[in-house]
Design a protein. Structure first.
Length: 363
């Protein structure tokens, strides 16, 4: 199965340069690996996230096979340039200033699928909706829970995505990954340490290249009925009509996020174009024109108020990418200088923890 590529606007300039001298050699190297058409410059990340928010990435690169993924990441490491492995961007908030580094867009290129009896093999960029639809058509049950999750196979394995009583751990047989040391390996599910929104894949910064699922033969009509019912329930309860990153917070043990936020009187709380959804208080949504700073402000206020009123600190499920210089204004100049080279900024939006890392995987 092949999916049409998205329309990408910001191609290399005629001179082949990025406008940033230190990135020009890397840009040429990446072009030699994936081709000129698959290297984009200053690509707005608002076009590649479900929040529809985010400034430009220095370089946006689309590898189309496993060797190209490996080559792109090796080139970034050799050039000492930060990179971030992007899936469908459905749990990601990119800073208004964008990302100073390379986005490795596997969801735009790795979209192969094959089926052998009751096993389905999917490359990392295949969407969960595509996988569940194909399984339904072939009379294979197990992925119904995933039919409405707006993410990629790679990102779903990375975080053990789940919904409506099912999760990736229930159907996953193995994953094929790229390790940080350059090794590629097939890892069986029982060695992945899958838990609630957790995996060994994330702990060890692996890059998922493909996944194999064990599914069960079933009546396609019954599978379709289940998927239709889950889709109906999702549409009734979730603000699917507005851009968001899905559930904003992880569920704290013993509590429901939506009830905590509602009981705190925060349903509909708004900063700029971002607000707590009135339909489901576990979602922060983009009402139109929201900035990353707006979303961060809403999340931080919700965290503070819920903790103040109920003693529960909500942990974001949304991931944060890029440096917001308004938040870094008080940091020492030396740290800011370092962050210009390693700016995959993952930040607890309580604004109390700042960690700078080199890469990640977004679903």
């Amino acid at each position: 199965m092949q999916r049409a590529k998205p329309k990408l606007r910001s191609k290399m300039s005629e001179s082949g340069t990025t406008g940033d001298d230190h990135l020009q050699p890397l840009a040429w190297k990446l072009r030699s690996i994936v081709g000129e058409d698959n290297v984009l410059v200053n690509e707005p990340m608002s076009e590649h996230t479900s929040f529809e928010i985010g400034g430009p990435a220095d370089l946006y690169v689309i590898p189309e096979d496993f060797d190209e993924v490996h080559g792109v990441i090796d080139a970034c490491k050799q050039a000492d340039v930060p990179y971030f492995v992007l899936g469908r961007g459905s749990d990601l908030l990119v800073a208004d200033e964008g990302y100073r580094g390379v986005i490795v867009a596997v969801a735009d290129g790795l979209v192969g699928v094959s089926v052998d009896d009751d096993e389905m093999w999917c490359q990392a960029g295949v969407t969960l909706r595509e996988a569940s639809e194909m399984a339904c058509e072939l009379g294979l049950s197990g992925l119904e829970f995933a039919c409405g999750i707006p993410g990629s196979i790679g990102g779903a394995c990375f975080m053990n995505a789940g919904a409506y009583g099912g999760c990736m751990a229930d159907v996953l047989k193995s994953v094929y990954v790229l390790h940080q040391d350059g090794r590629e390996e097939t890892i069986p599910v029982d060695e992945l340490d899958l838990g609630y929104r957790h995996s060994r894949i994330a702990d060890e910064d692996m890059v998922v290249l493909s996944a194999t699922f064990n599914l069960d033969p079933a009546d396609p009509e019954k599978i379709r009925e289940t998927m239709d019912e889950l889709t109906r329930r999702r549409g009734e309860k979730q603000p699917l009509e507005l851009p968001s990153a899905g559930s904003t917070f992880k569920r704290p043990e013993g509590y429901f996020v939506g009830k905590l936020v509602t009981d705190a009187g925060l349903r509909g709380y708004q900063v700029g174009g971002a607000a707590v959804s009135k339909k489901h208080a576990g979602f922060v949504v983009n009402l139109g024109g929201a900035t990353a700073a707006d979303v961060r402000a809403v999340i931080a206020h919700v965290q503070d108020e819920v903790e103040r009123q109920f003693g529960v600190r909500l942990e974001p499920e949304v991931r944060f990418l890029g440096v917001d210089r308004r938040l870094l204004g008080e940091l020492p100049a030396v740290l800011l200088a370092c962050s210009s080279r390693a700016q995959n900024l993952t930040r607890d939006v309580s604004f109390s923890i700042i960690a700078i890392t080199h890469q990640g995987f977004c679903r």
